[in-house]
Design a protein around this ligand. Structure first.
Ligand SMILES: O=C(O)c1cc(=O)[nH]c(=O)n1[C@@H]1O[C@H](COP(=O)(O)O)[C@@H](O)[C@H]1O
Length: 309
């Protein structure tokens, strides 16, 4: 990076962890998942086509963008598969949603669950995290199945561009335990796969936060660029598996709130000391309140109330 003409060093982009902590402070710890399932499109009287997808997405954004003091939610999480199933026209809708959300000042987490060997992981990283990509989001979800280290191109690019990643650690589905609870035979991780992922994320965040001046945003510490996905329905298992979630110093994206059965009360109990880092995400339970924007906003208010009350 060239030094600027006035000699003042370029501070670079505002880190994702700082922006997310500020958004959670302002709107509450809720992320609205935008999951345009065919059944929901039908319930909203919309066709299962790119036109229906566009109407669905922009209505959800309209509801989320308007809150009393700004956005009604801390972030939006479009589920990429449900756009991909419409092919290139669906991805074009996703591009427009991500762009409009940026204009509206709402953070976006592309739920793409990407993961690949290092050389091609760089391609996925550029697709979701590079400044000039049409699909650039503020953060992307990643799968560590090819090894945590294989995700380095995405972690590095996120840090460089002021973006973030959320890495699957303990997922909300029952099948996840067969991999995530497993203890590697060589014992190198000193515990389960989920624990190895958690400890690696903590190391990356410690390194990233070392050079960062901002210590706290409002009532919570600024997060590093590496968040984890920890299902709201399984958070209580973290302690048994020896996961130090509070020590990650990253946000904890918690799906399972709402339709999958987790409540504000059960999440607080399950996450314990890590609760200030939790960003609960809910899709169907809130989207079912549509298609009226007023109904969606009522759903968002109720969900934020449940999480903050
Ligand atoms: O990465 C995710 O977002 C995710 C991880 C996980 O462990 N469980 C999980 O449900 N999700 C996603 O979170 C959303 C949950 O949707 P609802 O159950 O409708 O709130 C879906 O888009 C899932 O793909």
């Amino acid at each position: 990076m060239n030094p600027p003409a006035d000699g003042v060093p370029d501070a670079g982009p505002v880190p994702f962890g700082v922006r997310l902590a500020a958004a959670m402070d302002a709107a509450g710890p809720l992320c609205l998942g935008i999951d345009p399932h065919p059944g929901l499109l039908a319930d909203w009287d919309l066709p299962d086509t790119p036109v229906g997808l566009e109407r669905f997405s922009m209505t959800a954004l309209e509801a989320a963008a308007e809150g009393p003091g700004g956005a009604a939610v801390a972030a939006l999480k479009p589920q990429v598969a449900l756009y991909e199933r419409h092919g290139s026209a669906g991805l074009a809708v996703l591009e427009r949603l991500l762009r409009q959300a940026r204009h509206a000042g709402v953070l976006t987490i592309a739920d793409a669950k990407r993961g690949d060997i290092g050389s091609t992981m760089a391609g996925y990283a550029e697709a979701w995290l590079a400044d000039d990509s049409p699909l650039a989001a503020d953060a992307v979800t990643l799968s560590p199945f090819l090894g945590y280290g294989s995700l380095a191109p995405a972690v590095d690019l996120a840090e460089a561009t002021g973006r973030g990643v959320f890495i699957l650690a303990l997922t909300s589905n029952p099948e996840g335990a067969s991999v995530q609870h497993a203890v590697p035979e060589d014992g190198a991780a000193g515990g389960s796969v989920a624990r190895a992922v958690t400890e690696a994320a903590a190391r990356d965040n410690a390194r990233a936060l070392e050079g960062q001046a901002a210590a706290a945003v409002g009532s919570r510490p600024a997060f590093g660029p590496v968040g984890l996905v920890v299902g709201a329905t399984v958070a209580g298992q973290a302690a048994r598996l020896g996961l130090d979630l509070a020590g990650v110093r990253g946000a904890l994206l918690a799906p399972g709130f709402g339709a999958q059965g987790a409540s504000g009360v059960s999440m607080r109990a399950g996450f314990g000391a890590a609760w200030p880092a939790v960003l609960a995400t809910s899709s169907r339970a809130i989207l079912a309140r549509g298609p009226a924007v007023a109904g969606l906003r009522e759903g968002l208010r109720a969900a934020v109330g449940e999480l903050t009350g």
